[in-house]
Design a protein around this ligand. Sequence first.
Ligand code: P6P
Length: 318
Amino acid sequence: MFNHIKTLSDIILEEERKAKTASGSFTILMMQIQDAAKIIASHVRCSGLVDILGKTGNKNAYDEEVQKLDEYSNDLLVKILLESGQVFAIASEELPDIIYTPKSNAGNYIVFFDPLDGSSNIDSNSPIGTIFSIYHRNSNILQKGENQVAAGYILYGPSTVFIYASKYSINGFTLDPAIGSFLLSSPNLKMPEKGNIYSLNEGNYELYDEPIKRYLTHLKTSKTYKARYIGAMVADIHRTLLRGGIFLYPADAKNKEGKLRLLLEVNPMSFIVEKAGGMAVSNGKNPLSIEPTSISQRVPIAIGSKENVKEFLKIIHE
Ligand code: P6P
């Protein structure tokens, strides 16, 4: 008997049927995001070649304009989303302002995205990712993260993994390049209640305030933790989602508000982690409840297994 492995498209269509008032608009949007992910994944696989192929001039062996991967990923997502007919407005980490779809083609959704998170990892062939966050059309573009309809990320690592979270479910899918489908590989993701991995850029240690330093001392003296830091939020969050533990980007003397962007990185990741049973805090608050003030607003973040985040809060408030 042929056992059909569910795909991301199957799950999206199943959830369309659960949504009583669905028009199919969200499904079309997600299919477009899926297509963009597959195209970016294929370019990521050749990113090491761009320099070699590109050195012959502006065209590479595929007769394509040689572009930096993050510029290419951004341009692709902007084009696909604006042409989808399902989007009212978009905002990208690579763009200074919100882009509104021309009225003739405007749709019902707002999409925030980081087209290639961790792009400084490209040259060392280290993991990178794409983060997206979807809201219903609203006159006020800047909405609290709790209003997200769905959020997800694509991790371009040894394999290409698509994590998709909606109000109905959170699942992980792995791209089968042979058939170009994202196959269900981590159904009904549940984050471990507690983990023994902590993840932050300890190069900033001297810039941290005393409570953060106290927390780090606790982790190190307890001798039960491992440190892992990849420098791409998508990769560090994905490991935390699967194995438990905590990821932090605290505020520091250099990044007084923190480095990561509320709307483009922190909210989608907080939505995903909460759907998997984890927890996120920014300045002691759930990031999803923060009223955004700007597209580029940055917040400190501690996110991961519930027990680890609670331990963090306990120690920094001692
Ligand atoms: P640092 C990548 O530049 C990024 O935006 C996140 O993906 C990552 O978690 C963080 O910044 C890394 O920052 O200061 O450790 O290089």
